[in-house]
Write a protein that binds this ligand. Structure first.
Ligand SMILES: [Fe+2]
Length: 179
């Protein structure tokens, strides 16, 4: 096999590949959970959540592909079995459990936050410990996308919590001064 000479030591490359495989495992596990909830969700928000989760699992599928191909670009091999994803991932599954729509949103939100925390740690390791700015930059782009996905889910739950509160009155007392 042709040696890889991109300015990283063997140890650095292997360490980064392992971090990327952990991210790949989490993205795949979240993809599976999101798709399951896309299928199972019921209630007045069915259409909104069904469509949001389709968008999100399609994005997760593309991201899994990007991560796997970056692993190949670094000379590694991506995980490719459910067993491997479960072994290396940090996302928890909930077998034999059918939560209501709000709990589904809460669980996915928690998972996105977990992935963002993991990525923040992996980005710091890539740049500070392993000298791989390219992967740090790649993971930073991914992290921003997951922060946005988490925001969409958080907004959904926060909207639920606001139900029953008075709507803005004519004098708009709930609007900050000067707006
Ligand atoms: Fe579908």
């Amino acid at each position: 096999m042709r040696p890889i000479n991109i300015g990283l030591t063997e140890d650095q490359r292997c360490s980064v590949i392992e971090l990327l495989n952990r991210n790949l495992a989490d993205v795949y596990l979240l993809l599976v959970k999101t798709r399951k909830y896309h299928w199972d969700v019921v209630g007045p928000q069915f259409r909104t959540l069904h469509e949001l989760w389709q968008e999100q699992y399609e994005a997760l599928s593309l991201q899994a592909d990007d991560i796997a191909e970056r692993i190949r670009a670094l000379g590694g091999y991506p995980l490719g079995t459910i067993e491997g994803f479960l072994r290396y991932g940090s996302i928890k599954e909930h077998p034999n459990d059918l939560p209501n729509a709000n709990e589904m949103v809460n669980r996915l939100y928690t998972d996105y936050e977990q992935i963002v925390r993991n990525l923040r740690d992996h980005i710091a390791q890539c740049s500070d410990r392993y000298g791989d700015e390219g992967t740090a930059d790649f993971l930073t782009g991914l992290m921003e996308g997951y922060e946005e996905a988490a925001w969409m889910l958080r907004s959904f739950v926060e909207g639920e919590a606001l139900q029953g509160r008075p709507v803005a009155s004519d004098n708009a007392s709930n609007v900050p001064a000067g707006v």
